[in-house]
Write a protein that binds this ligand. Structure first.
Ligand code: ZN
Length: 69
């Protein structure tokens, strides 16, 4: 399944609609970021997938670096 229609080649940077580059035969991936919706209809499923309710999940989050004095 392709994330978005426009694909960009990782090797030569050519744009196309296929996940294989027509110019060099390299791998192409989505050229733009995933569509974002503030309503986020998949949020509940994603939270379940990432096990957000698990206490250990918090440890996986990136935290700002605390400067030591
Ligand atoms: Zn290419």
């Amino acid at each position: 399944m392709v994330r978005s229609k426009m694909q960009k080649c990782k090797d030569c940077g050519a744009y196309g609609l296929s996940t294989t580059c027509k110019k060099c035969g390299g791998t192409a991936q989505a050229a733009g970021p995933l569509k974002f919706s503030p309503q986020d209809p998949q949020a509940k499923r994603r939270r379940e997938y990432q096990k957000v309710t698990d206490p250990k999940w918090v440890e996986n989050l990136p935290s700002p670096k605390v400067e030591e004095e």
